[in-house]
Design a protein around this ligand. Structure first.
Ligand code: FES
Length: 102
């Protein structure tokens, strides 16, 4: 469904999603990199546990929430992927904590 245009392939970075290495364009958002890699779901809902994935790609729908380097509630569509980044599925609601927003 999603395919990268040949002229849009730039420098590459490698990050992990739930421990699985994924190579992406250095210009990708986390959500774009996951979709390009075939990942369709990156979180589960707090109420029913159903799987959700990036939808609007512009910071409105919050369907792209993931844990990035241990910090939950990050919108994958608004974060640029970095080499060595550790991205994880956000399961349900992320607990509130005093951790600073990055
Ligand atoms: S995909 Fe909608 S807020 Fe990220």
């Amino acid at each position: 469904m999603f395919r990268r245009a040949p002229d849009r392939i730039r420098a590459q970075v490698t990050f992990t999603f739930d421990g699985i290495p994924i190579t992406a364009s250095a210009e990708d958002s986390v959500a774009a990199a996951l979709l390009a890699a075939g990942v369709r779901a990156c979180r589960t809902t707090p109420v029913s546990g159903s799987a959700r994935g990036p939808y609007c790609m512009m910071g409105v729908c919050f369907e792209c929430l993931v844990r990035i380097d241990g910090v939950g509630n990050r919108q994958g569509c608004l974060v640029q992927v970095r080499d060595g980044m550790k991205v994880e599925t956000q399961k349900g609601a992320h607990a509130l904590s005093a951790e600073p927003a990055l």
